[in-house]
Ligand binder design. Structure first.
Ligand SMILES: Nc1ncnc2c1ncn2[C@@H]1O[C@H](COP(=O)(O)OP(=O)(O)OP(=O)(O)O)[C@@H](O)[C@H]1O
Ligand SMILES: [Mg+2]
Length: 570
């Protein structure tokens, strides 16, 4: 007796059905997933003509028994579930019993398989859904599926296929993803008899990343290993050096299944905010593990979409996993701050997730004494360092514990101011203005005026004391109370100019961008001479921050060199 069964009608009707084979990569995906479900640890994929004429997937999984071979390519035949409720505890990639049936109906499919119990293997050949050959053959344990002449009976589909090279590229990208999700399995991809991708399955995700993305990416990764209850997140995230303009290098696996999910994407956007630069997307390859009962994968036939039962919880855990890994990186040797990070992350999280209006309401209830408290910096920790000097009137050099720190004075100051402004902004503390001796009236263009009117709260909440003064001018009574080095009366116009040359996006983004812009314009610039006291203040302020690593635009504030870096060079 085999263990593949035909699902009953009730179950069939509850499964998200639909055509999943549109191109060769879909075939590869279905076959490789079947191999993984069969417990294979070694999977070889061979391709010819972009997969149009030939796809072969060979595995060392448990094989298919003789009786089951004839059932495997029937529609709704599966060994993975019996009834829909089983999905609540199913970890396999497949469950619909449709993939082989779909493939068999539009190609010539040959299956060669042997189980541990069989003495011989069996081979079955199906053309457009009909068995044309079935015989015993010599084979080793496992399964080999050969798909030839895809869409031979569907000329219209065939016509939609791209050039061989393009089809192959999609296959390769997909294979790389599967390898990333399964670092403990060996994968080999052969194109036109040449090995183009191979990973040994040694369990080390960095080795796979190195193969796929190269050294620069590998060298800028931070490991993630985070759990809350029975939800666990593992993998790697990239620092600001490798952040990208698009989401292409954000890869999500759910119990090793590659998915796309707006909840997780939105959550990671927030977590990376302030660490990778505005408009950039942090690099990550992460797998989130949880009991299958926490989500529904039966939403769409390709299973790329899932629905989480508790979206808020998943959002928050994903956020915390990324944020805490970003902040815990050993970068500045600030191991002491682990506990602090918790509060900081919670505080940031509340800010990014709460609606603008709710924050406003909240701020009303904060009394003056509390305001004073909030603005005070945490001075409990003092950084001990040896001051070495300033290079090129821009980079502050210090030594701490046998390491040389090179701090970009602009980027560092920008980060300090950014944190300070943001802290005030979050609480809507409006008393942090520095009054100007003589209020200044500035004339604005129509566009500038519109921006000010629409976003007057942004200005006020970051410490500007301004009022609309006639149709085309604004009166500035005060500016944010920060340590200025640039000419103060220019700052308002500089910020305005920066803001209107960029498109406005959602509320949160404009807030973020505004705060970063204020910090940038107020910060000391390169080539400004700093006194020793100013340097000390900057170092103390920066190195005691929870997130000192980058300026708000994502540029590193500091690079570190240890002794080993110099040894051998000089
Ligand atoms: N490489 C393989 N090794 C062992 N058994 C396999 C392999 N490929 C397929 N099978 C068997 O054939 C059955 C049918 O495969 P098929 O891919 O059509 O359905 P499924 O994996 O159960 O569901 P889905 O349609 O969601 O992929 C599987 O349930 C499994 O029992
Ligand atoms: Mg399958």
């Amino acid at each position: 007796m085999g263990n593949i069964v035909l699902l009953d009608d009730l179950t069939i009707n509850q499964i998200a059905a639909g055509e999943v084979i549109e191109r060769p990569a879909n075939v590869v995906k279905e076959l490789v997933e079947n191999s993984l479900d069969a417990g294979a640890t070694n999977i070889v994929v061979e391709i010819k003509k972009g997969g149009k004429t030939y796809i072969r997937v060979t595995d060392n999984g448990k094989g298919i028994a003789k009786d089951d071979l004839q059932l495997a390519f029937e529609r709704h035949a599966t060994s993975k579930i019996r009834q829909i409720e089983d999905l609540e505890k199913t970890y396999t990639m497949g469950f619909r019993g449709e993939a082989l049936a779909s493939i068999a109906s539009i190609s010539e499919l040959t299956i060669i398989s042997k189980t541990e119990k069989d003495t011989f293997g069996n081979k079955i050949k199906i053309k457009a859904g009909d068995i044309v050959d079935f015989e015993e053959v010599g084979a080793s344990i496992g399964t080999s599926m050969i798909v030839e002449n895809l869409f031979f009976n569907q000329p219209v589909r065939y016509k939609f296929l791209k050039q061989d090279a393009s089809e192959f590229k999609v296959i390769k990208e997909w294979m790389q993803k599967v390898a990333l999700a399964n670092p403990d399995k060996s994968f080999k991809l052969i194109n036109e008899s040449k090995v183009v991708f191979f990973v040994s399955g040694n369990g080390n995700i960095e080795d796979i990343i190195y193969q796929i993305y190269g050294k620069e990416i590998k060298d800028n990764l931070v490991n993630v290993d985070y759990s809350e209850g029975d939800i666990k997140i593992t993998g790697v995230i990239g620092n600001t050096m490798i952040a990208k303009e698009n989401r292409k290098s954000q890869i999500i696996f759910l119990n090793k299944r590659n998915i796309k999910n707006p909840v997780l994407s939105a959550s990671s956007d927030q977590a990376f905010k302030g660490s990778v630069g505005i408009g950039k997307y942090g690099f990550y390859v992460l797998n989130i593990e949880m009991p299958p009962s926490y989500y529904d994968v039966n939403v769409h036939p390709t299973k790329m979409e899932v629905r989480f039962k508790d979206e808020d919880k998943v959002y928050s855990i994903w956020y915390n996993a990324i944020k805490s890994s970003l902040l815990n990186s050993e970068f500045l040797g600030n191991n002491e701050k682990e506990n602090n990070n918790k509060d900081y992350i919670k505080n940031e999280y509340d800010f990014v997730t709460s609606k603008y209006k709710d924050v406003k309401k909240l701020s009303k209830s904060i009394d003056i004494s509390e305001e004073k408290e909030l603005r005070k910096r945490d001075n409990t920790r003092k950084v001990e360092y040896k001051y070495l000097g300033i290079l090129f009137r821009t980079y502050i050099l210090i030594e701490i514990d046998n390491e040389i720190y090179m701090i970009d004075q602009h980027a560092g100051h920008e980060r300090v101011l950014y944190e300070q402004i943001k802290e005030n902004y979050k609480k809507h503390i409006q008393s942090n203005s520095q009054m100007m001796l003589i209020p200044e009236v500035v004339n604005l263009s129509h566009k500038e005026m519109e921006f000010v009117k629409e976003n007057i709260n942004l200005f006020i909440d970051t410490g500007f004391d301004i009022e609309v003064f006639g149709q085309n001018s604004v009166k500035i009574n005060g500016i944010p109370d920060l340590e200025y080095r640039s000419k103060t009366n220019n700052i308002f116009l500089d910020i305005l100019d920066e803001m209107i040359t960029n498109e406005r996006t959602s509320i949160k983004d404009i807030e973020e961008r505004f705060i970063a812009t204020v910090a940038c314009k107020a910060a000391v610039k390169a080539n400004m001479d700093l006194g020793k006291e100013e340097v000390d203040q900057l170092i103390q302020n920066l190195l005691t921050l929870n997130n000192p690593y980058t300026c708000p635009h994502g540029r590193p504030t500091t690079v570190k060199f240890d002794r080993a870096f110099f040894e051998g060079k000089i």
